[in-house]
Ligand binder design. Structure first.
Ligand code: CP
Ligand code: NVA
Length: 302
């Protein structure tokens, strides 16, 4: 039995297998082919924080594959009244075939997985967002290939941490430009740098995007950091992904954003809606990548 708590739970071969499967499922869907890969399987989706893409893409993935998804708000569960995480994990394991959870603290999903008899998927924590990374890799591979030069500009947050780990597993060049003090997680960076010397942590956004094939940004204040918003708006201002910044990259470079975006803050309307933007393909790929993930984690041979 396997979990996806961190993107580093997967090997390079497993990631490539999942991306191949995701591409195949995307093609089947395009052709109107829906096979019941997950017939009679249920996925519990526990949300401690809001979501649009993660919730909808997982639910639709289960539905299209003939299974069922349950949306469970943390506060509507007994978890919200203090039921132990380990007890909830044991009970869920008796009802459903997998659990996806979005949590404030990464330790919550780790603890849940430790007591679960079924696969547990991290649907975002303060430390990582591995499901996002699978869709990002699918998008990067279909547009640019997995030897692309990727530049991350902005906050060294959960999405960035998972991307750093992905670069270490797959070996692509990743330049991360953040303000000082907002770098990705130190332990993650140390681990990643020991495996891939083409990962560079820097502070100059122009240097980061020079000649890059992919420019990736995310919000300046993540969920749970709302009280820091004012200060972050000030600190991150030079890191806005706008037309001027992306003119330093390859002219065919694509722009990614995991969404939701704060237009006019980390990314301008012009870039979001411009011809280099791949953000909506990227959002769509959440569906295909997670359908592949569910099929694989549930051990369905296809
Ligand atoms: N990118 C992402 O996870 O979006 P949601 O917060 O809408 O799920
Ligand atoms: N870094 C963002 C990602 C949202 C999908 C957050 O954690 O709020």
């Amino acid at each position: 039995m396997r979990h996806l708590v961190s993107i580093s739970d997967l090997s390079k071969e497993e990631i490539v297998y999942l991306l191949d499967l995701a591409d195949r499922l995307k093609e089947e869907r395009r052709n109107g082919i829906f096979k019941e890969y997950l017939k009679n399987r249920s996925l519990a989706m526990i949300f401690e924080l809001p979501s649009t893409r993660t919730r909808v893409s997982f639910e639709v993935a289960m539905c299209e594959a003939g299974g069922h998804a349950l949306y469970l708000n943390w506060n509507d569960l007994q978890l919200g009244r203090g039921e132990a995480i380990k007890d909830t994990a044991r009970v869920m394991s008796r009802y459903v075939h997998a659990v996806m959870m979005r949590v404030r603290r990464h330790e919550t999903v780790v603890e849940f997985a430790n007591h679960s008899g079924i696969p547990v998927i991290n649907g975002l924590s303060n430390l990582e967002h591995p499901c996002q990374t699978l869709a990002d890799l699918q998008t990067i591979r279909e547009r640019k290939g997995l030897d692309a030069v990727v530049a991350w500009v902005g906050d060294g947050n959960n999405v960035c941490n998972s991307l750093v780990l992905a670069a270490s597993i797959l070996g692509f060049e990743l330049r991360v430009a953040t303000p000082e003090g907002y770098e990705p997680d130190k332990q993650i960076v140390e681990k990643a740098l020991s495996e891939n010397t083409k990962i560079k942590i820097m502070h100059d956004p122009v240097e980061a995007v020079k000649g890059a094939d992919v420019i990736y940004t995310d919000v300046w204040a993540s969920m749970g950091q709302e009280s820091e918003k004012k200060e972050r708006l000030r600190v991150f201002k030079p890191y806005q992904v706008n037309s001027e910044l992306i003119s330093n990259a390859d002219e065919d470079a694509i722009v990614l954003h995991c969404l939701p975006a704060h237009r006019g803050e980390e990314i301008t309307d012009e870039v979001m809606d411009g011809k280099q933007s791949a953000v909506f393909d990227q959002a769509e790929n959440r569906l295909h990548a997670q359908k592949a993930l569910l099929i694989w984690l549930l051990g369905v041979e296809i």
